[in-house]
Design a protein around this ligand. Structure first.
Ligand code: BGC
Length: 759
């Protein structure tokens, strides 16, 4: 029996009114029902600022939205490796939503960066599901803490822009669980987002909006999601199937067409009215929650939020190279700022996340030491063509200076929602500019404005590289503070920068064919691939430098052996051994030693960002539960821990481990074994019960005079050495014993199997 005010209200509604709530009134609002006083719910993009459209509306960022603050994009926020930073962004955005009467903000965007080519990577967090899930969870907590809803997106496996509305992401169950679902799982369980947005694409052939497995079995029944599912804009396929699968709200408006389909389906009995009622309940619950929590009188403080955007970016900038301690720059030195992005930074990407910034701050504008500075534009980014005059002027400026800072990166046309990149190169005109400036000036610093990794053919010719990502409208001030040492850089790469595109794990099949995108690299995404293959990268996952140095010591595991249900407490000490205050991202990886399951060499299982004054030492503590040691067992359809040794590694990044200790973990959920005539001798010997039985039986079999004679003959004829004999035995299915070991009967083997299978 469903009771409560909402159910009373639903009872009052006609079938048509209920169906009408299942699609939008327009681009950004749900429908109201005047007769019953049911209000509409207003939503807005997200994720890194408010894109509230008051007039002509669209989902591609084409028409103007209100003046707002553009915060750093997801690529940058994730590089902060700071939950507090992601939470601060969420909180600030939540307040802005309150001021603008927005009930739900459409974000965070949290798809896995399967390939650096994905045109929308700038909005996403990471190639690692744990980082993605943790950052998203903090963002959601921030927004929802202001009593505004979120819509984490795009659920799920929407990892390419190419044919995103029709393509099917095809992958095995383990890959789905360990990588693509895991990116959402922790966030959903921890924060209970008010809504979630299903993606356009299909998963293993089924449109996400119609996937009951994803929207109901996993999202609601397993993870406890209790909000409503909204389609991405235009992601509805078959309305009635989607309703059955658990897809609640279709956005934007369907012009009433699909509402009528629902009415008809209920009348025809092809869907029960209870299913519709559940959907209406879920939509109304969130609508009324938003209404009840509206803060009348909240105001948008653009200036204050601009400062927040700057603070977030300062946490996020990654120092990739700093030879001879060229950074921080010293004031009073003749410095050339070169490149269009010094005055007109590229600070956000194109598409539905595009913000109408009320102000944009450039590095040139924010730099204080202007009497010692010169500017040269160097290139234009409208087209990838070298302007020889601009180039000449830039080289001259570099020659006249003691140090040259080149502001480079990807132009808008190189990365955007809607299409993928074809290569990882920066514009040729910019690469040429960097090379020519570096030929006349030994002190070159490159500041990169991009949403995803680029190749750096000039890396050995420049002294320093600063990755500022798409840093939001306050990127200029944040960059200047880092360049001149007012802020110590503390960002770390949430993704690997490969040396070249051909090195990336899904290079051969990214994008797919005929609307099928096979995820053949499986779980080996990002650093899981590069580290397992011991490959060189341009910069590894987790990488980033500081103006100070840190020493790690005293890695301590509370226990040397744990059962899988126990928590393993780990601590490590970190000391700031340099002269500047700084922040360090302490990264903990788990590396299985042995075991029968194919696994990455290591996986990030915990991280923390800490601040240390010069000379200060802090103890960082982590608590690892069984998930830190688990893999997804596709036979059992569950997480499983293999009994064995695991190395707890603490490192600077995915490729540089500093300290390691072994823990033995004992599984409490061994996978039951099922023996058949095709089980091998080796399989049986690896089971203690099987070993005892087998040794006894084999001893008997092998000691028959015929068997002994066969073994002797094989050894004497040089046909087999001992290793070969052992390997043959190990790999031999039981059924073969009948042909190779005289005297053994099939009944004996079947009896053995029955005995082994007895619980
Ligand atoms: C995007 C979503 C966005 C929606 C509304 C879609 O094209 O994929 O991320 O929230 O439009 O603008």
């Amino acid at each position: 029996m469903k009771t409560g005010k909402l159910w009373e209200l639903i009872k009052e509604m006609t079938l048509e009114e209920k169906a009408s709530l299942c699609s939008g009134a327009d681009f950004w609002r749900t429908k109201s029902v005047g007769r019953l006083g049911i209000p509409a719910l207003a939503v807005s993009d997200g994720p890194h600022g408010l894109r509230k459209q008051e007039n002509a509306a669209d989902h591609l960022g084409m028409n103007e939205s209100i003046k707002a603050v553009c915060f750093p994009a997801g690529c940058a926020v994730a590089a902060s490796f700071s939950r507090d930073t992601a939470r601060l962004l969420g909180e600030t955005l939540g307040k802005e939503c309150q001021a603008e009467a927005i009930g739900v903000v459409l974000g965070p965007a949290m798809n896995i960066k399967r390939s650096p080519l994905c045109g929308r990577n700038f909005e996403y967090y990471s190639e690692d599901p744990y980082v993605s899930s943790e950052m998203a969870a903090a963002y959601v907590e921030g927004v929802q803490g202001q009593n505004v809803g979120t819509s984490p997106k795009h659920f799920m496996a929407n990892n390419q822009e190419y044919r995103r509305m029709t393509s099917s992401s095809v992958m095995d169950e383990r890959t789905m669980r360990e990588i693509y679902l895991a990116s959402f799982e922790g966030m959903v369980k921890k924060t209970k987002p008010w809504t979630i947005m299903n993606s356009y694409n299909r998963i293993n052939g089924t449109y996400l909006c119609e996937s009951r497995e994803m929207l109901t079995d996993i999202l609601r029944d397993e993870w406890g999601f209790d909000g409503f599912v909204v389609t991405d804009w235009g992601a509805m396929n078959d309305r009635v199937s989607a309703l059955k699968a658990g897809c609640d709200l279709e956005m934007p408006s369907s012009g009433g067409i699909t509402d009528a389909e629902i009415v008809e389906a209920v009348k025809a009995g092809s869907i029960s009215e209870e299913v519709l009622d559940e959907t209406v309940y879920r939509i109304l619950r969130i609508t009324y929650r938003c209404m009840a929590n509206r803060k009348e009188g909240a105001v948008l403080d653009l200036e204050a939020d601009h400062e927040v955007a700057r603070r977030i970016e300062e946490e996020s900038i990654v120092l990739l190279k700093n030879e001879d301690g060229i950074l921080p720059l010293k004031k009073g030195k003749k410095t050339a700022f070169i490149g269009k992005y010094a005055k007109n930074p590229r600070y956000q990407g194109g598409g539905s996340s595009h913000i109408n910034s009320f102000r944009v701050e450039s590095a040139w504008e924010m730099a204080e030491d202007k009497e010692n500075m010169i500017y040269a534009q160097g290139y234009d980014d409208a087209e990838d063509v070298t302007d020889e005059e601009l180039l000449k002027e830039a080289v001259k400026a570099a020659q006249d200076a003691e140090v040259a800072v080149i502001f480079a990166g990807l132009p808008d046309s190189f990365e955007s929602e809607g299409y993928d990149r074809k290569h990882l190169r920066m514009p040729d005109c910019q690469n040429r500019l960097i090379k020519e400036v570096a030929a006349v000036q030994p002190n070159v610093i490159v500041v990169l404005h991009n949403g995803a990794p680029v190749e750096m053919p000039w890396i050995n010719k420049v002294k320093a590289v600063l990755e500022v990502y798409l840093g939001g409208q306050a990127v200029g001030g944040a960059t200047v503070d880092i360049l001149y040492g007012k802020t110590n850089p503390s960002g770390r790469l949430p993704e690997t920068f490969p040396i070249r595109l051909e090195d990336t794990p899904c290079y051969l099949y990214y994008g797919g064919e005929n609307d099928v995108s096979e995820y053949r690299e499986g779980i080996f995404v990002g650093y899981r691939y590069y580290t397992s293959k011991n490959m060189k990268t341009l910069f590894p996952f987790g990488y980033g430098l500081s103006y100070t140095s840190f020493r790690y010591s005293g890695l301590n595991l509370e226990k040397k052996a744990v059962k899988e249900s126990e928590i393993l407490n780990v601590s490590v000490e970190v000391t700031n051994t340099g002269m500047a205050a700084g922040k360090e991202v302490v990264q903990l990886y788990v590396s299985p030693k042995g075991g029968k399951v194919i696994r990455p060499v290591r996986e990030l299982r915990a991280f923390d960002k800490i601040e240390l004054m010069p000379g200060e030492k802090k103890t960082v503590r982590f608590a690892l539960d069984s998930r830190a040691f688990s893999y997804w067992n596709s036979k059992n359809h569950d997480w499983h821990v293999e009994t064995g040794d695991y190395e707890i590694q603490v490192g600077k990044n995915a490729s540089e481990m500093l300290l390691a200790e072994i823990v033995h973990v004992e599984s409490e959920k061994e996978i039951p074994r099922e023996y058949t005539l095709n089980s091998t001798v080796g399989d049986i010997l690896s089971d203690p019960k099987g070993k005892a039985v087998m040794e006894q039986a084999m001893g008997g079999m092998m000691s028959s005079p015929e068997a002994a004679q066969m073994a002797e003959q094989a050894a004497a004829g040089g046909v087999m050495n001992t290793e070969m004999l052992a390997a043959m035995m190990e790999g031999m299915p039981l059924r073969q014993i009948l042909s190779f070991i005289p005297g053994v009967k099939k009944e004996d083997l079947l009896g053995l199997i029955t005995f082994l299978n007895e619980k």
